[in-house]
Design a protein around this ligand. Structure first.
Ligand code: FAD
Length: 276
């Protein structure tokens, strides 16, 4: 019976909130990015996160929080993910291929949104590891450059390889012909990139907190030290990173804001737990 054979090989579209994977890129043993179809009804603010996942053994979905790495104008959704060796979700998620389905709950939320900050001159995006993801969205949103004269992306990882997704994304943006057309040839000066490693030797090393408190990053980029009037910041990393950066920003006089109470900086966890 042909129809039975057919039904047996065709993947059944039975997942609720299913979206189809369109592309997967592996950046290292521990990092990958992927793109999925976007539900027609999904609206979000660049910087927000959603719950995504896969069906579990018992049919109950394994869902985790993921920052949307693509900007809100993109037809598809992009995610940037860790591969935790025994992680309930990522041990399986790292195996996805184009054509596979994932679950995506279309309810975006989060604190890393432009509306949570007061107007200013410079926007600092401060991230470790996959904490880059919300900024991959915000850096690609023209609204960011409408609101701020300059954007500085500070990203810290253990090794140079772990910086590659962000590095490629920023370099492509800085030399994007369309952005150049809209914002002028010196658009590259409006998006500054300051990647550092903590373990592997590289041209720039060290923790974000140390490079801010020592003033090294201001010297290297030719910028004045952070001040309440001109500088705004968004922070996304491990809990320890967030706590340390918050103290440094407060040292410059910046205050933590929220959606309902915009101030000079906002913070969000990149994951729950100790992390790497
Ligand atoms: P889990 O059981 O969830 O985690 C196992 C352990 O791995 C954790 O205890 C922690 O120590 C470590 N870990 C988990 N996630 C990370 C990470 N990203 N980096 C380093 N160590 C980690 N993860 C992403 O990869 N990309 C994202 O964009 C992203 N956005 C998030 C946004 C929010 C608001 C939160 C709270 C978490 C986010 N996470 C993100 C983490 C994500 O929700 C999962 O924890 C991760 O996918 C691992 O899932 P798991 O089931 O394999 O392991």
């Amino acid at each position: 019976d042909l129809s039975v054979a057919d039904a047996a090989v065709k993947p059944a579209k039975t997942l609720p909130d299913a979206q189809t994977v369109t592309a997967v890129t592996h950046w290292s043993d521990t990092l990958f990015s992927f793109r999925v179809t976007r539900p027609a009804s999904l609206r979000f603010r660049s910087g927000e996160f959603v719950m995504i996942g896969l069906p579990g053994e018992n049919g109950k979905p394994i869902l985790r929080a993921y920052s949307i790495a693509s900007p809100n104008w993109d037809d598809e959704l992009e995610f940037y993910s860790i591969k935790v060796p025994d992680g309930p979700l990522t041990s399986k998620l790292q195996l996805i291929q184009p054509g596979d389905e994932i679950i995506l709950r279309p309810k975006p939320v989060g604190t890393l949104v432009l509306d949570a900050l007061l107007p200013g001159k410079r926007m600092w995006f401060l991230a470790t590891g996959t904490g880059l993801a919300p900024f991959a969205s915000l850096m690609r949103d023209p609204e960011t450059y409408e609101r701020y004269e300059q954007v500085i992306m500070m990203h810290t990882c253990r090794t140079a390889e772990e910086l590659n997704y962000g590095r490629e994304l920023v370099e492509n943006l800085r030399h994007d012909p369309l952005l150049g057309e809209i914002y002028g040839e010196d658009f590259a000066k409006r998006l500054l990139y300051y990647p550092t490693t903590t373990r592997e030797e590289s041209p720039f090393m060290g923790r974000i907190t140390d490079n801010l408190t020592s003033g090294k990053v201001f010297e290297d980029l030719g910028l004045p030290p952070m001040n309440t009037e001109n500088d705004r910041a968004m922070v996304c990393g491990s809990l320890a990173f967030n706590v340390d950066v918050k103290a440094v920003l407060e040292g410059f006089g910046l205050r933590e804001g929220a959606n309902s109470d915009p101030k000079e900086f906002v913070v969000e966890k990149a994951f729950v737990g100790e992390g790497v």
